[in-house]
Write a protein that binds this ligand. Structure first.
Ligand code: AR6
Length: 244
């Protein structure tokens, strides 16, 4: 048996407390420290636009979060990696994930035979607080993305979620796939992501506990805070409607 397979089997046999002894950091973030969008919208007094694209659904609002920070710190069932087709590591969030997980992640990734754009593959999380890493490859879009590239970006999220439920995982965090080195415009990516996650949750909400959109840059934080109320409308409690 290869060492990565042995360690992965060993880690799977541990309970949460035991697993924590193997994390690369003591400074990890538990799910309960991450507010759902429903909670966040209430405390941030989000302004609900008059026009939203979907009906208000508080149950769905409890299933989605916006979190700004380092995805490698999240203690969730899976984090998604914005990888390249070799799956052998790189810069950006991919580099951060490989550094935090340790060298066994690359060893396992060597056995996965790469990954096509829009597809996803799963591995153990090793020293990460996340149990699994789902590796997906976003489209390379320099400038205005084509319709085919938007579909590929959406497929990254859908295929990662397919693996999430196939592996009975209930909490998963996504970085802003393709918007760094791969050059997909941040605003256009957020539209694709929110549309994909909203539609997926409508069909599959009982299969997961939380989908976390993990942004790293202030610009993405602002974009998502502005767009979330259109895709996941909230109670406008405490906020005066603009049309009175
Ligand atoms: N936690 C969360 N998000 C992060 C982190 C982090 N620790 N570090 C960066 N980001 P990128 P891509 C954000 O470039 O565009 C690699 O070399 C970052 O700010 O990592 O899909 C791969 O090997 C940005 O918002 O991924 C591929 O060759 C987002 O993660 C290529 O880059 C994605 O940026 C993939 O490019």
């Amino acid at each position: 048996m290869l060492i990565h397979a042995w360690i992965s089997a060993f880690l799977k046999g541990l309970n949460n407390k035991q697993r924590r002894e193997h994390y690369f950091t003591r400074d990890f973030i538990k799910l309960k420290q991450i507010p759902s969008w429903k909670e966040m919208a209430k405390s941030a007094r989000v302004k609900q636009p008059e026009e939203s694209l979907f009906p208000k659904d508080n149950h769905l609002n409890e299933k989605i979060s916006l979190f700004r920070g380092d995805i490698t710190k999240l203690e969730v069932d899976a984090i998604v990696n914005a990888a390249n087709s070799s799956l052998l590591g790189g810069g950006g969030v991919d580099g951060c994930i490989h550094r935090a997980a340790g060298p066994l992640l690359k060893e396992e990734c060597r056995t996965l035979s790469g990954c096509e754009t829009g597809k996803a593959k799963i591995s153990c999380g090793y020293r990460l607080p996340a149990k699994f890493v789902i590796h997906t490859v976003g489209p390379i879009a320099q400038g205005q993305p084509s319709a085919a590239q938007a579909t590929e970006l959406s497929d990254c999220y859908k295929n990662s979620l397919k693996l999430t439920i196939e592996n009975k995982l209930r909490t998963v965090a996504f970085p802003c796939i393709s918007t760094g080195v791969f050059g997909y415009p941040n605003d256009a990516a957020a539209e694709v992501v929110l549309n994909t996650l909203r539609k997926w949750l409508e069909e599959n909400k009982e299969k997961v506990d939380r989908l976390i959109i993990c942004v790293f840059l202030e610009k993405d934080d602002e974009i998502y805070k502005e767009k979330l109320p259109r895709f996941f409308p909230v109670d406008a409690s405490g906020v005066l409607p603009s049309r009175l």
